[in-house]
Design a binder for this molecule. Structure first.
Ligand SMILES: *[C@@H]1O[C@H](CO)[C@@H](O)[C@H](O)[C@H]1NC(C)=O
Ligand SMILES: *[C@@H]1O[C@H](CO)[C@@H](O)[C@H](O)[C@H]1NC(C)=O
Ligand SMILES: *[C@@H]1O[C@H](CO)[C@@H](O)[C@H](O)[C@H]1NC(C)=O
Ligand SMILES: *[C@@H]1O[C@H](CO)[C@@H](O)[C@H](O)[C@H]1NC(C)=O
Length: 473
């Protein structure tokens, strides 16, 4: 994709300049040895060129094995992804003036130049961790997905194992809180905005509220709330959950969620239920941004600190989980019948005015882009954050200074225990799965403590030893 082709271009230029420098300096030959190992992403022509030059030198020396004249330190630090996430078996990445060698090849665990390990939260696997962890091994966690994907990382004993973090939390070293929002322009765009008069006409065939969800059993327990809400106000539910209305056949798979035709359907509604699958500060997804972009008022349930992120303080209706859905239904009905009051929720959109300075600042200052070829993507930025920090310590050591330390803190990845809804009238079909998220969260606390103890023992361990540590009896 874009990331790959940019990289191709980048590598191509790197090769080109390397070949030029060859005439000046023999040193470059050593670096080229590395490119051969990246054949899969090199254009064929360059591969041939590089291979030929490399062979003529007859040496397979890796760049990282070279040492500075002074001794111990390799020329490039190696940074190993403990996850197949990037698929890159070897790439010399450039981060400003620093270079690091990135690979998903775990055999580099024992390489003397390996300085850091990058973990991806969703596939973070306690089996075969890079243990023992050497003094110079920095650990970094990238976790942008839903908390439901790996609860054991959400506790102090585990999150503090890492030196560097990139998570949805605004407290992390590289906050990804706004990862689902491209920019301010799409937010204030009126491309899809349907005038209220038109929405009123559409109301003859449509419900005031739309819901589209295909994951029906989530830690946020949203379907239980929504099914209760549906007893008090009409909701058109297009997804698999609480389904009562069909999408056109072409839009039925989840990949169609970003189709213009799907946007047009949603844009006709006055309200869209924007319920996250988990309830954690700063965990905000496209569920919120999509209706805001379309000019539909989101009824939001998710991040308790959502007020910090909304474009204006009257741009969404935020669910108060302790209040009965019936009360919310009454409020929505009132707005449905009162155009002037409903319009106050779209005033920011009509004026294209985002009064939330924090949101504006965040979008302006973040160092990565979303679906934006002119900006780096957040995985590259994460890799470079670690690369630059590794280099910072190399440079400090060269100057005889003490190394700097980084440490993830408790609030870099935090989520309260999932809460289930319990309504007096009782949802019609509460499955036994309902309590499972809470149980799973409770168990994950034990797992986190066990993992911490095992990591501190600093020896590789088996799954059996892990479970014995989790449940000692
Ligand atoms: C990983 O690196 C080793 C050398 O350290 C190499 O022998 C092996 O083929 C590599 N594996 C992959 C999948 O690239
Ligand atoms: C909402 O925003 C308006 C103007 O932007 C401001 O005057 C008002 O104090 C805000 N209200 C709250 C509760 O933040
Ligand atoms: C990384 O974290 C470990 C564990 O907390 C710590 O011992 C080490 O000093 C840290 N390293 C750096 C470079 O911050
Ligand atoms: C759901 O409710 C229906 C009747 O309301 C019942 O027949 C069915 O067994 C229930 N399903 C589950 C999983 O409890």
């Amino acid at each position: 994709m874009a990331r790959l082709s940019l990289r191709k271009l980048f590598i191509f230029f790197l090769c080109l300049s390397a070949v030029l420098f060859l005439l000046i300096s023999v040193q470059v030959v050593v670096e080229l040895g590395q490119f051969e190992r990246m054949g899969h992403i090199l254009p064929q022509r360059d591969l041939h060129e590089v291979g030929r030059r490399h062979n003529s030198q007859g040496s397979g020396v890796l760049a990282g094995e070279r040492t500075f004249p002074g001794g111990q330190m390799a020329q490039y630090p190696y940074i190993v992804w403990w996850s197949p996430l990037t698929g890159e078996t070897g790439r010399l990445g450039e981060c400003g003036t620093n270079k690091c060698f990135f690979t998903i090849n775990k055999t580099f665990y024992s390489h003397p130049s390996t300085q850091a390990f990058l973990f991806y939260g969703t596939d973070f696997n306690i089996e075969s961790l890079p243990l023992p962890r050497r003094v110079h091994h920095q650990w970094a966690l990238f976790h942008e997905e839903s908390p439901k994907n790996n609860y054991k990382l959400f506790h102090e004993p585990t999150i503090t194992l890492f030196n560097h973090t990139a998570t949805f939390s605004q407290h992390s070293h590289l906050p990804l809180t706004s990862q689902f929002l491209e920019n301010l322009d799409v937010l204030t765009s009126q491309t899809h905005l349907v005038p209220i008069a038109r929405k009123n006409i559409l109301r003859k065939t449509l419900a005031p509220v739309a819901y589209v969800q295909s994951d029906c059993d989530t830690p946020s327990d949203r379907d239980v709330y929504v099914s209760e809400l549906m007893k008090h106000i009409k909701v058109d539910s297009y997804g698999q959950c609480l389904h009562n209305k069909d999408l056109p056949p072409l839009l039925r798979d989840s990949n169609a969620m970003d189709e213009q035709a799907f946007y047009q359907i949603l844009a006709q509604y006055k309200f869209v239920l924007a319920f996250e699958n988990a309830v954690c500060d700063d965990y905000i997804t496209e569920k919120l941004w999509r209706p805001l972009k379309l000019g539909v008022v989101p009824v939001y349930y998710g991040a308790p600190n959502i007020w910090k992120w909304l474009p204006s303080n009257r741009s969404a209706i935020v669910v108060v989980p302790d209040e009965p859905p019936e009360k919310l239904a009454r409020y929505l009905k009132r707005l449905d019948e009162n155009d002037l009051e409903y319009a106050t929720y779209l005033e920011w959109k009509i004026k294209r005015e985002v009064s939330n300075r924090k949101l504006v600042k965040e979008l302006k200052e973040r160092s990565w882009g979303v679906q934006d070829l002119t900006q780096e993507n957040y995985i590259d930025v994460f890799e470079c954050m670690v690369c630059n920090r590794v280099w910072e310590n190399i440079d400090r050591q060269k100057k005889g200074m003490l190394p700097k330390t980084w440490q993830a803190e408790r609030d870099h990845l935090k989520c309260p225990s999932p809460k289930t809804f319990d309504f007096a009238s009782g949802p019609s079909n509460r499955t036994s799965l309902q309590g499972i998220w809470t149980l799973s969260y409770e168990q994950s606390k034990k797992e986190a403590r066990a993992l911490r103890r095992l990591a501190e023992r600093n020896r590789i361990f088996t799954l059996a030893q892990y479970w014995k540590e989790v449940f000692p009896d």
